[in-house]
Design a protein around this ligand. Structure first.
Ligand SMILES: NC(=O)c1ccc[n+]([C@@H]2O[C@H](COP(=O)([O-])OP(=O)(O)OC[C@H]3O[C@@H](n4cnc5c(N)ncnc54)[C@H](OP(=O)(O)O)[C@@H]3O)[C@@H](O)[C@H]2O)c1
Length: 295
């Protein structure tokens, strides 16, 4: 079953044809793979069948018809329920689970796939459905590297930037969560800044044009911060935590004056003030990771 992975004759099943599953199946059909599709609500398969996919009336029928079984449903519990339903039909197949959930859920789904005699990878899709199939679409995979290597051609159809990140099936979702965690932090900061500028009567678009070099420089700090965190070495000659407090106080004063919400900058000020009280004023901002590491 696992031979000939790089051929367009590799048979693929897609279980789950919601917004994302439909995009995954369409990309594979368009790339010339033989694709069998199944969805709990059957009529969601109609457009894909018209495009060239084969319809299965039951998930075990779809899995039985394919070497590679892609699962993309809502929630890890639904994904595991599907694996239990497909059961013996999975023997010798490769299960690629692209369902979001926790790292423990990805591992549990992987164990279930192994119990049924299937290879397993968990993939964390880092894009929205319209970008599926593009060379720039990022998907993190974790689980067996061998399974990744044998199925790389199929995986690259889904997203050109398919990357194997760890043999532990739980790591792909952790990487995805980390990106989202950073995204929400940046977005909240941006929106608070937008509220501040708006309250001062300044168009936010003018600001983003002018401040572009400062804004795009922010992510370039991450590798330096990551190095400090990994080495647990935080001493820095420039830009230490003690310099952040006056700037945060200025932001709070301005926010109060403009009548905008102060919860977000207050939380940041509290973090910095606590670190200064603990004697970390000459350390880099990365020192605050210790605060986040406590529950
Ligand atoms: N959409 C995105 O942009 C995006 C991006 C990255 C990752 N993802 C992930 O991709 C997965 C699917 O998302 P989606 O956006 O396609 O969701 P969706 O449009 O809401 O579709 C959900 C799919 O899950 C199926 N489903 C739900 N419960 C089920 C169950 N108990 N048994 C069998 N099938 C079940 C649904 O079947 P019915 O049609 O019968 O309801 C449908 O096919 C999620 O894990 C999501 O987090 C989505």
């Amino acid at each position: 079953m696992n031979a000939n992975r790089n051929s367009k004759s590799t048979t693929v099943a897609v279980l789950g044809l919601g917004e994302m599953g439909s995009a995954l199946a369409a990309a594979l059909v368009d790339a010339g793979y033989p694709v069998t599709v199944w969805n709990r609500t059957p009529d969601k398969a109609d457009a894909l069948v018209a495009r060239g996919a084969l319809r299965a009336v039951a998930p075990e029928g779809a899995a039985g018809a394919a070497e590679v079984v892609i699962i993309n449903v809502k929630g890890g519990a639904a994904a595991r329920e599907l694996l239990r339903t497909t059961g013996p039909a999975l023997k010798g197949r490769t299960v690629i689970d692209l369902t979001d959930g926790s790292s423990d859920e990805s591992r549990a789904t992987g164990e279930l796939a192994s119990e049924h005699g299937a290879g397993y990878l968990h993939g964390q899709i880092m894009t929205i459905a319209p970008a599926i199939g593009s060379p720039d679409a990022v998907v993190f995979y974790s689980g067996s590297h061998d399974v990744f290597a044998r199925n790389e051609a199929v995986l690259r159809v889904l997203g050109g930037r398919a990357t194997h990140v760890s043999p532990d099936p739980g790591v792909s979702v952790l990487y995805g969560m980390a990106v989202h965690d950073i995204m929400w932090g940046l977005l909240n900061g941006f929106l608070h800044a937008a509220a501040l500028l708006g309250a001062a009567g300044l168009p936010v678009g003018d600001f983003t044009k002018i401040a572009e070099p400062s804004l795009t420089a922010l992510p370039s700090l991450f590798p330096m911060l990551a190095g400090e965190i990994d080495r647990a070495e935080f001493a820095t000659p420039y830009g230490a935590l003690r310099h952040h407090l006056p700037s945060l106080d200025d932001l709070l004063t301005e926010s109060r004056t403009r009548g905008i919400d102060i919860e977000l900058p207050t939380a940041t000020r509290d973090l910095v003030a606590e670190a200064l009280e603990a004697g970390h004023g000459h350390d880099s901002y990365a020192r605050l990771v210790e605060r986040f590491s406590r529950g």
